[in-house]
Design a protein around this ligand. Sequence first.
Ligand code: GAR
Length: 211
Amino acid sequence: MSPTPTPATRPPGPARVAVLVSGTGSNLQALIDASRDPAYGVTIVAVGADRHGTVGLQRAERHGIPTFVCRVSDHDDRASWDRALAAHLASHVPDLVVTAGFMKLLGERVLAAHTVVNTHPALLPAFPGAHAVADALAYGVRVTGCTAHLVDGGVDTGPILAQRAVPVEDDDTEETLHERIKSVERSMLVDVVGRLARHGHTLTDRKVTIP
Ligand code: GAR
């Protein structure tokens, strides 16, 4: 995990943020909308995906943001995919990378080169992985939520930046619960990415401080 360049250590101006998506990209859209305000302190310099034809990519294209696709299946193995993804990202010189519904584990090249923020639809460390909302419902929790965290080499194990709680209703399905989580998740992500961009962060053991 590399440190976020703080406003004091990077060139003046907004932080350069690259976003990785796999799906509909509503969290990406929230970041795009927030970044229209210069006071937010973020320029989204690229949106990457691990598959073609996603709504997330279309959202980026509509806003004139450069896009790229880097598919695991186009590479011999995960290590060469990791190198290719690292090269795509490096070409956009991001200060910060955000995974917003990106359904692949990042490799060591990408993680060595960038601070990466992930958003996850559960209150970690409960329900990590790709089926967090279904897992929380199946477990029968009465409260779940979302977590923004720094990405390390594990599955949703990195230091926590922010969390918001969402009650589970008796008649919730995976879809209704996920939609309610996402409406809270978008504002959590916008808030935390903006604060990181404007202020940087320090990390002591697992404790993140955004000054
Ligand atoms: C979000 O809820 C995000 O937390 C989740 O996918 C959704 C993407 O929504 N990510 C994961 O489950 C990763 N394990 P979006 O495409 O509308 O932003």
